[in-house]
Design a protein around this ligand. Structure first.
Ligand SMILES: Cc1ncc(COP(=O)(O)O)c(C=O)c1O
Length: 384
């Protein structure tokens, strides 16, 4: 079965993990700090804190930015559940703004309209989480302008876009957003098994996130000297969101190959593009001119209304031919929990709903051979 996403693990990855397993540290050892330093140099952030997964990273961001009840936090409906759920973890109120129909990322004009609606009702938007969907960065320059104008916190859920660039700059994320979250889940552009990180240029935010990563524990040098080397204090409740040393060793080794992985993803997407671009029932991913797309996903739009097969039957047909597609995403406002608790309904975010009705994510990962890319494309063309 060809799946839509998969990790690429080679001998050097295995050796990196084995080296740690043979050493003294399994968790919170030197490999954690090395991975954090590697992330800082690749993504150009002053600080980075590695955590258990991308969801934990988002949770810690909400806590560190002090979201609480009655705070309004806006994100895209077209993202993984974790992005919006992290707002609820802090008891804040999630709301959505629809996406741009070409890039599938937050539409800054709709965002401004929404913020103005809130302001005319005497309410303020506390934060906005942009999602670099599939590897296409948001319009960060416009989002940044809005964040200054309306004074909201700006977060980049960057889980899809490691290795993407704006104006050839792969370090764009921390330049625009106050804080950036990443995930190293196996289908992402690099993996550490489970794993994630929070990147920021804000020192006090990083310090808070580090404390909350380990139960809220603080160790102050002067108190250690005065009271004793065992001493620690807890002033706020935190979590155990740590990542192990062997996962971090894998993360560091994978990061060395990120550019290579992105290159493979770009090659695969070009191959798909050339096979699909002239088909009137298909829309290939759009890429803005100043963008380097890292293709975490290859979202193809199929006009199911114009062809003789439903999306459901198409999926099963592809599966019977050994190809496991995916859909990104069921818009979050349509989830029963969000409808029941926040009153969202079908029709609220029509662009995301339309994308959902026609989007399929095709297999794309470093080890996918050109022969299999052809097989996927030809099986699609045969079945539509
Ligand atoms: C956009 C987005 N945000 C957050 C997450 C959560 O990351 P993790 O699975 O590492 O918790 C994911 C992962 O699927 C994601 O795609």
């Amino acid at each position: 079965m060809i799946s839509y996403g998969k990790q690429s693990i080679d001998k050097s990855d295995i050796e990196a993990v084995i080296d740690v397993l043979k050493g003294d540290w399994l968790t919170q050892g030197p490999a954690v700090e090395i991975f954090e330093d590697d992330l800082k140099s690749y993504f150009g952030s002053k600080h980075s804190c590695v955590v258990a997964n991308g969801t934990a990273a988002l949770h810690l961001v909400g806590i560190a930015l002090e979201w609480s009840e009655n705070d309004i936090i806006i994100t895209s409906p077209l993202t993984f559940l974790a992005t919006a759920n992290s707002i609820i973890y802090s008891n804040a109120t999630p709301d959505f703004v629809d996406v741009d129909p070409k890039t599938f990322t937050l539409d800054p004009n709709l965002l401004e309209d929404k913020i103005k609606q809130y302001e005319s009702a005497g309410k303020k938007v506390k934060a906005v989480i942009g999602v670099d969907f599939a590897g296409h960065p948001c319009d960060w320059s416009s989002l940044k302008t809005l964040s200054r104008k309306f004074e909201f916190q700006l977060i980049n859920d960057n889980c899809h876009a490691m290795g993407s660039s704006i104006n050839s700059d792969k370090q764009y994320a921390v330049k625009y957003a106050d804080v950036v979250t990443q995930s190293y889940h196996p289908v992402k552009n690099i993996t550490s098994g489970e794993g994630g990180a929070v990147l920021t240029n804000n020192r006090s935010l990083d310090e808070k996130i580090r404390r909350y990563r380990t139960h809220g524990i603080e160790k102050e040098e002067s108190k250690l000297k005065r009271i004793g080397p065992w001493y620690y204090e807890m002033n706020d409740v935190g979590f155990n969101y740590r990542c192990t040393d062997f996962q971090c060793a894998l993360g560091s080794n994978q990061l060395k190959k990120l550019d290579l992985f992105v290159l493979s993803r770009q090659k695969i997407s070009s191959q798909y593009n050339s096979l699909f671009k002239n088909h009137e029932m298909l829309t290939i991913p759009h890429v803005n001119e100043n963008i380097g797309h890292s293709y975490h996903l290859y979202p193809l739009l199929i006009n199911f209304d114009g062809i003789n097969i439903s999306k459901r039957d198409f999926f099963y047909k592809m599966r019977s031919e050994g190809i496991n597609l995916q859909v990104h995403y069921i818009p979050i406002h349509l989830q029963p929990y969000y409808k029941k608790n926040f009153g969202f309904q079908f029709g609220d975010f029509p662009i995301s709903e339309k994308i959902y009705s026609s989007e399929v994510s095709l297999p794309i990962y470093h080890d996918l051979s050109s022969k299999n890319v052809n097989k996927v494309a030809n099986t699609i063309l045969k079945n539509i």
